[in-house]
Design a protein around this ligand. Structure first.
Ligand code: PRX
Length: 656
């Protein structure tokens, strides 16, 4: 046997980690074990707790209005401004010189913004946007990589009551056109370019290509990222960001109080299949949800240093880089570019240099760290870390153990946070100051949240039986679609498991999950990822769960393909150890699949790959694997986090 046991901890280590867990619990902000019961008893009034973390321009009259369910309205009658909550009130609280943002550029640049600096630049950009004609309720599209100018522009929009619509900077012009047209954007903020591993990549050319496709001309602000050595020509209605900030420096732009139910921003769902859909979040509920979870789950208090690796183009970047941590008055680390450039020490250097206390990333990133090896984190001081988080896909027990041991030194609790673009904030997670963690399970619903795993007919299933994950009560940060989106939102999320005649509403998450005796929920995967093999539709989530349960397999993707004439099942998998006996592992995977679904789906091939192709938010890109199996031409690989894997997969596939 050349494998190591999957749990590297000795009983002594385990006892040690439990002891240090209680050390975390001693200092945690939220330690009240009775919070769930209290929230249940007082629901929905319990959510006043979350609203109390915000500064209100006018108090709300009603916590929850359900007249128009499932289009619930939270904190009705209240008015507040997001930028005021994330910036101004920290100045008033005497934290003007505290660092709000620490940016680390790709080329070793560093910039620090205090809350005072943030206030000044947000105000200047807000004044500039107004000067360009942006008004309350208008939409501004942001097409920027991880530069400080992105959160600053987002806050500048919300300051004047405009909505931002952040589009991932890696997307192609078509994606930008679609998202700008779909939100009727009145302005665009982009940059000249970005450095990719040392070379300048032209971002503005992509933006210009998109602008040329749009019917109306919109004013465009261009951030200079490439410096004076890369001159950019500005066309009509195009303005240099730096010049505008200078011109409006010192502008006094009072934050516009918005109704709690007014939209705060648009974002598009990140689905790996199908069309992107416009999603909207409402000001009061969304801010209350992100602030409350940043405190309860991430234990963030003013001055804590926090780093989340997500891009701001995804909901994680909105909720847990910008709104949650800044509303808490934390110091947010923002790292531009790849974690492997200039070398694999970068993530650990960022943690060491900035004294990061809370670190939040995806299982995909952790698997990359695992592949690089434990020697990289081991070489750096990580003693500042006290809490680790993960999001976006299920974290397998091996990955969890590695994260716990080699990043958290066995002493940092891990929060496995389940949520979605639509939910706005974390809904399932342990509270690190209260709950025990179970590797692989996201955890119980947070206080005030109610979930149920049901069968296809909506009947609640007993613990241990996998089914569909539904949410049976509304929550403050929930999706708040515009009038015109209600029809599809109803069909997509509320139709399947609700009883409209009884006015009983259940939100369908689209995930399959299983709940245990203690109420901890383990996510299996998306319910709609199916493969059709020999006329049978099989959920990829179940197949993949069976495959990753095989000792030595970290990750798997099942796809259907017709390489051999008939439609067959193909499995792509990553192995925990380089040295693992591949033939033995292949056999074990075949057996696991056959045992789960039957002989007729025995995989036609099992291909081992160093990693699976993933989107930037950590979802497997089945489209890429399907095109490899079917030898089809691969279109746009832009949404991929790891495009280099495509060539490697093609070689692996051809070499059989
Ligand atoms: O399938 C679940 C998975 O990610 C989906 C939501 O994706 P998105 O809207 O892009 O948001 C990602 C960041 C919030 C969910 O339906 N997912 C999210 N968190 C977890 C997860 N799967 C397992 N465990 C999680 N912690």
């Amino acid at each position: 046997m050349d494998e190591e046991p999957s749990n590297p901890e000795s009983p002594d280590d385990a006892a040690e980690s439990r002891r240090s867990l209680s050390a975390f619990q001693r200092d945690a902000t939220v330690t009240d074990g009775g919070l769930r019961e209290q929230f249940d008893r007082e629901w929905p009034d319990c959510w006043a707790d979350a609203a109390a973390l915000l500064e209100w321009a006018e108090p709300y009259d009603e916590i929850l209005e359900d007249d128009d369910a499932p289009f619930y309205r939270w904190f009705v009658g209240g008015r507040l401004n997001a930028a005021e909550n994330c910036v101004d009130r920290h100045l008033e609280a005497g934290r003007k010189n505290q660092v709000a943002l620490r940016w680390e550029g790709k080329r070793g640049e560093r910039r620090t913004y205090t809350y005072h600096d943030l206030h000044r630049e947000v105000s200047a950009v807000a004044a500039a946007l107004r000067d360009l004609g942006v008004e309350e309720d208008d939409v501004v599209t942001c097409y920027l990589p991880k530069l400080p100018e992105l959160p600053i522009t987002m806050l500048a929009c919300t300051r004047i009551g405009a909505l931002h619509n952040v589009v991932f900077a890696g997307f192609a012009p078509d994606a930008l056109v679609e998202r700008m047209a779909g939100t009727d954007s009145s302005a665009l903020v982009t940059c000249d370019g970005a450095f990719r591993e040392g070379t300048a990549v032209n971002q503005k050319r992509k933006a210009d290509a998109a602008l040329a496709e749009l019917e109306a001309t919109v004013p465009t602000i261009v951030v200079d990222r490439l410096g004076p050595e890369n001159e950019t020509r500005l066309g009509p209605e195009q303005y240099d960001y730096g010049t505008l900030v200078e011109r409006f420096d010192g502008a006094d732009v009072p934050p516009v109080p918005r109704a709690a139910t007014d939209p705060l921003f648009h974002i598009h769902t990140s689905g790996t299949t199908g069309e992107p859909q416009r999603m909207t979040h409402a000001t009061g509920g969304y801010l209350a949800g992100t602030a409350w979870t940043s405190r309860t789950v991430f234990d963030l208090s003013p001055g804590d240093t926090y780093w989340c690796t997500a891009d701001l183009g995804w909901i994680t970047g909105h909720s847990y880089v910008v709104y949650g941590p800044l509303s808490r008055g934390a110091t947010v680390v923002l790292a531009e570019g790849s974690l492997r450039y200039p070398d694999r020490h970068r993530p650990w250097e960022i943690i060491e240099r900035n004294g990061v206390e809370v670190f939040y990333t995806t299982p995909g990133v952790i698997r990359t760290f695992m592949k690089w090896g434990e020697s990289f984190p081991a070489e750096h001081d990580r003693s500042s870390l006290r809490l680790l988080g993960t999001v976006g896909e299920p974290i397998g027990p091996d990955t969890w153990e590695w994260y716990h041991t080699h990043v958290g030194d066995g002493r940092c609790p891990i929060v496995d946070t389940w949520w979605q673009t639509e939910t706005g904030a974390i809904l399932l997670s342990t509270i690190p100051g209260v709950d025990e963690t179970k590797p692989g399970a996201a955890g119980p619903p947070l206080p005030g949240v109610e979930a149920a795993v049901v069968d296809a007919d909506g009947r609640e299933l007993p613990p241990g039986e996998p089914g569909y994950l539904t949410l049976t009560k509304p929550w403050p940060s929930m999706l708040s679609p515009l009038e015109g989106d209600r029809y599809w939102v109803l069909a997509e999320y509320w139709q399947q498991f609700s009883d409209r005649r009884a006015d009983t509403w259940r939100y369908f998450t689209g995930d399959r999950a299983v709940v245990d005796e203690d109420g901890y929920v383990t996510i299996i995967g998306r319910a709609d990822d199916v493969v059709t093999v020999g006329n049978r539709r099989l959920g990829t989530a179940e197949l993949e769960a069976a495959i990753t349960a095989v000792d030595g397999v970290t990750e798997a993707a099942a796809v259907a393909g017709s390489a051999g004439g008939d439609t067959d099942l193909y499995v792509f998998a990553t192995a925990a150890q380089e040295r693992t006996d591949r033939d033995r592992l292949r056999g074990a995977i075949r057996d696991a699949v056959v045992e789960r679904v039957g002989r007729f789906v025995e995989p036609a091939a099992v291909v081992f790959t160093p990693e699976l192709p993933e989107t930037h938010s950590g979802k497997t890109m089945y489209r890429v694997l399907e095109s490899i199996v079917d030898d089809a031409r691969l279109e746009d690989t832009e949404p991929l986090r790891n495009p280099a894997i495509v060539g490697e997969l093609e070689t692996l596939w051809e070499s059989g």
